[in-house]
Write a protein that binds this ligand. Sequence first.
Ligand code: NAP
Length: 333
Amino acid sequence: MITVQQTSRPTGFPTVDHFAFVEAPVPDPAPGTALVENTHWSVDPYHREMMDGDFALNAPLEGRTLGRVVESRDPALRTGDLVFHRQGWRTHALVTLGTHGTRRIEAPEGVPLSAYLSILGGTGLTAYVALTRTLQLRPGEDLFVSAAAGGVGTAVGRIARLLGAGRIVGSAGSAEKVAYLTGQLGFDAAFDYHDGTVRELLAKAAPDGIDAYVDNVGGGHLEGAIASLRDHGRIAWVGAIGQYNTAEPPAAPRNLFEVVEKSLRLEGVLVRNHLEVQGEFEEFLVPHLRSGRVAPDVTAVEGFERIVDAFLGMLRGENLGKMLVTAERAGAS
Ligand SMILES: NC(=O)c1ccc[n+]([C@@H]2O[C@H](COP(=O)([O-])OP(=O)(O)OC[C@H]3O[C@@H](n4cnc5c(N)ncnc54)[C@H](OP(=O)(O)O)[C@@H]3O)[C@@H](O)[C@H]2O)c1
C-alpha cells in the first residue's frame, strides 16, 4: 500500500516538497476489523490548518474517505461493502465499524457515491448546520456566502434555496465560477472578489442589504458582510480560507463594532459538534438528490498519485464544488 506523509512544516503556501509518498505492507485484518481498498478521497482546507502542527510528521495523514472491503474479519462487513472512514491519504486501511465515524454506506438508487464526500458528507452537513442551526434562516431572508463556488459554498447555495431563502449572493475567485453560480446554481447575484473590495462589490450585488452571511473566508469578506448586514443580521463563521496560507494576522475586519451598533450575531460553526444532525440532514436532502433537483457539485481528480496536486489545487481555487480524488476506474459517481 501507499501512504502520503507530511515531511516538514510550511511557512505560507505549501508545496509538493512538504509531502512524500511512502510504501508500506498491506496490513492483515485482525478479528473485528476489515481491510478496505480506498476509492474516493476528500482533500480539505482543514488539512492545511493541520499541517501547521496537528499532523504528525512522517506518519500517514488522515481524511474523509470511501473504500470497498477486500478482506473482512468483521461479520457485519462483507467483501465489496462500501465503507466511509477517516483513514484517507492512503490506498488501503484497516477499519473498525463505529470508531471515528466509520460506517457502512448503502447509497440509495440515484445518489452518486461522490455525494457522501461532498453535499451529503461533512461538507454539506456544515452548510446545513450553518443555515438551520446557527443562522436559523427563515423563508424570504437574503443571504450572502463566500467561497460560494467551493464545496461548502455550493452546498449552502443549494440548501438555502430549498429552505426558501430570498436573494442569494455569492463571491468567488473567477468569472467562470461567477457564471456557474448565477447560471447553474440559481444565485441571484455573484461577483469575483478580485474585482474590488468585498465591501463595494457586495453593496452593489445586494443594494438593499442582507439578513445572513455564511463566512468561509474571513478578513475583507467578513468586513464587507458586516457592512451590508441589516439590523439583527446573523453571521455563521465557518472558516477563514483567506488566512490559512499566511502567517500575517488579518488586517480586517476593521468594522467589528458594527456588530454592536446593528445588534448583529456572529457565531462560529464546527461541524464536528453537530454530527447528530446527519440523520435529519439525509432525510431532508436524499429525496432531492434522488429526484435530480439537487446534484453534488464536485471536481474529481483521477488517480491517487495526484492527491497532493489536488489538495494544493483546492487551496489555489482550481475546484468547482468539492475537490475529490478518485481511484482510476472509480470515476466521480
Ligand atoms: N467549521 C467547520 O466545521 C468546517 C467544515 C468544512 C469546511 N470548513 C471551512 O469552509 C471553508 C470552505 O471549505 P471547503 O471544503 O468547501 O473548500 P472549498 O471552498 O471547496 O475550497 C477552498 C476554496 O477557497 C477559495 N479560496 C482560496 N484562497 C482564498 C482567498 N485568499 N480568499 C478567498 N477565497 C479563497 C478557493 O476558491 P476561489 O476560486 O473562489 O478563490 C477554493 O476553491 C474553509 O474555510 C473551510 O475551512 C469549515
